[in-house]
Design a protein around this ligand. Structure first.
Ligand code: URA
Length: 441
């Protein structure tokens, strides 16, 4: 078999055979196919797509390109959760302990931030002492201790995805339904989850910019899950503006702390409770089979403080520093560097999540390259969101860097310009974005 012929077949719109897909993924994994030929095939897939059979074959081959996790020693009903990425998305550190507070074991493999979307591992590592490199063999011990464990994705799981993802990131081939669906589902299958809840973000700050493409991606992942015997629920959520108020690692973890103390924005509350309720349902929890009941149970555990207890025990279990009063200790301190004020009276119509995400990365909260260091204290507090009425001079956003951050004044000025351009203010009242667009399973 020849990779050149496979590239030509896809270029002319043919469906690839199982053997061709196996040849491609084997060559990616053992690095016998050069990057330029991998990139050419990726671009042909972006342009000509894949049918469901090709997509499933690609996913399963990628899932088995390295080690796979066997979580059966913990439970045969492990539910995993994954987001297609967003700005201000701090759902995982909220949902994991919330679901664990029902006695449902949770195992989660997470990634670091790349591009303008943040990563859960970076957020949790902003807590002093928090360990994110947990060996798979230790997962049962952690789950016995506090009901949940979260670890950075190991390079041994789905290595073909790792190779492909780093090439996609630099060749303009990220936003493709077959490539995103196979990337996400291969990692979830290799990670050993029995059922999967996917937060499919949709809007300016997400890969899927409109509802039709978010629904198409959801259906692709549900189909792959069906064939692989792993039921999938997709929650399509809005990423038109940042989720909640905080963007950046320590700032977001502080917002997580506030969530467990009962102070949270409506959008963050709705998205987290919907995802947690979906996970509880899929875990087979007997009283949670009806979605509204599952949602109400999750609300109860937040209100009663059970979820907060589970959160603190999860942070302690992985070495994170918790003070005697239950607040977290962080590796740095956010310092206010600039504020953006409204230049007119009116309603906020737009807070472009992508611009806020890019400004936050510029301040130091994210990486431009995988090897960059992060400024844990950097980020943005978004005070005014879509639908809010503002008066000229009101503060829209505050920009922070850490005490140990590197951003100089000209970088802060650049970030301020981007934040200002993210806002559109007009005199008529807009409709608030709907947080949950659809739930598909
Ligand atoms: N998240 C992933 O894990 N893979 C993609 O391709 C896109 C988002």
């Amino acid at each position: 078999m020849d990779i050149h012929d496979i590239i030509l077949d896809k270029r002319y719109g043919k469906s690839l055979t199982k053997e061709q897909i196996a040849f491609f993924i084997d060559g990616v994994t053992d690095k016998t196919i050069p990057d330029y030929q991998i990139s050419a095939l990726l671009m042909a897939i972006v342009l000509n797509g894949m049918d469901p059979a090709e997509m499933t074959e690609l996913t399963l081959r990628m899932a088995h390109s390295g080690e796979t996790c066997d979580l059966s020693a913990i439970s045969d009903q492990i539910v995993d959760k994954h987001s297609t990425g967003g700005v201000g998305d701090k759902c995982t550190p909220i949902i994991l302990p919330l679901v664990a507070s029902f006695g449902v074991p949770v195992v989660k493999l997470s990634g670091r931030g790349l591009g303008f979307t943040g990563g859960t591992i970076d957020k949790l590592e902003s807590v002093k002492g928090f360990r994110t490199e947990i060996p798979i063999s230790d997962f049962p011990e952690y789950v016995n201790r506090c009901g949940a464990v979260l670890s950075a994705q190991t390079p041994e799981l789905a290595p073909a995805d790792k190779e492909l993802y780093s090439l996609r990131d630099v060749t303009g081939t990220v936003d493709s339904i077959p490539l995103i669906a196979s990337s996400i589902m291969s990692k979830k299958i290799a990670g050993g989850a029995n059922a999967i809840v996917l937060d499919v973000t949709c809007g300016d700050g997400a890969f899927m910019k409109d509802i039709d493409s978010a629904a198409a991606l959801s259906h692709a992942m549900i189909d792959i899950g069906r064939i692989a015997g792993r039921p999938v629920t997709c929650v399509i959520s809005s990423m038109r503006e940042p989720l909640g108020h905080a963007v950046g690692n320590i700032l977001e973890m502080r917002e997580v702390e506030e969530f467990f103390n009962g102070t949270m924005s409506d959008d963050l509350r709705t998205v987290c409770l919907t995802l947690a309720a979906s996970m509880l349902r899929m875990s087979g929890h007997k009283e949670a089979q009806d979605f509204p009941v599952a949602y109400a149970l999750c609300e109860d555990n937040v209100r009663s403080g059970k979820a907060r207890d589970a959160f603190l025990s999860f942070i302690r279990s992985q070495g994170g520093a918790v003070r005697a009063d239950g607040t977290l200790e962080y590796r740095d301190r956010p310092v206010l560097r600039a504020e953006i004020f409204a230049d007119a009276d009116g309603y906020v119509h737009e807070v472009l999540a992508s611009d806020i995400g890019k400004a936050s990365v510029r301040l130091g909260a994210g990486r431009k390259r995988k090897t960059d260091n992060i400024d844990f204290g950097a980020g943005i507090m978004v005070h005014k969101k879509i639908g809010d009425f503002v008066i000229r001079g009101d503060c829209l956003c505050s920009l922070y860097t850490g005490e140990n951050g590197l951003a100089d004044q000209s970088t802060v000025n650049d970030a301020s310009t981007l934040v200002r351009s993210a806002y559109r203010i007009a005199s008529d009242a807009p409709a608030k974005p709907v947080e949950i667009i659809d739930i598909l399973n």
